[in-house]
Design a protein around this ligand. Sequence first.
Ligand code: IMP
Ligand code: MG
Length: 182
Amino acid sequence: MLNDIESVLVDEKQIDNITTEIAEQITKDYANSGKKLVLICILKGSITFTCDLMKKIPFPIEIDFMKVSSYGAGTSSAGVINIHLDIKREDLTDVDFIVVEDIIDSGRTLSHLVKYLSERGANSVKTCTLLDKPERRVVDFTPDYCGVEIPDKFVVGYGLDYNEQYRNLPFVGILKPEVYGG
Ligand code: IMP
Ligand code: MG
């Protein structure tokens, strides 16, 4: 598995600092909001980030899950958003959502989800991502909380996959292009 990694882009220490910093910002912004805060973990890629982030938030929150795809197999975006698993809640008007993503590429997934949850009546919807590839943007979208901007390279690890592999690496690394024929 490690042989397929060109270089480490974000190591465990950096990830730890990022989750601490974002958790502090979220705490400042929501600790006294008076509404329920729900982190929506976007399966499968953001499980690791959501777990680490939520442990550093020191006030009551809930978590929920959605499964969405914009990518087909491989490394290029399909451009269509499919919701495979949706939240089942009746209390959206009482909820501040933060949608937690592993990475933003075209921006389609998160801009679609913000619109979708807002239209269903959420009190508020913000977005949080560990990684952002701003060069790849197709739709105009800026996350509210962002760990680190990265260059236009295909990365894996810490939840991110290539064809379902590499999610269990503890760091984010650049995948060697020969692995995906790039
Ligand atoms: P967007 O809708 O184009 O912003 O796509 C975001 C989704 O694409 C992420 O949740 C990932 O599943 C996937 N993705 C984008 N870039 C990468 C990458 O470098 N490695 C792994 N998955 C990626
Ligand atoms: Mg994803």
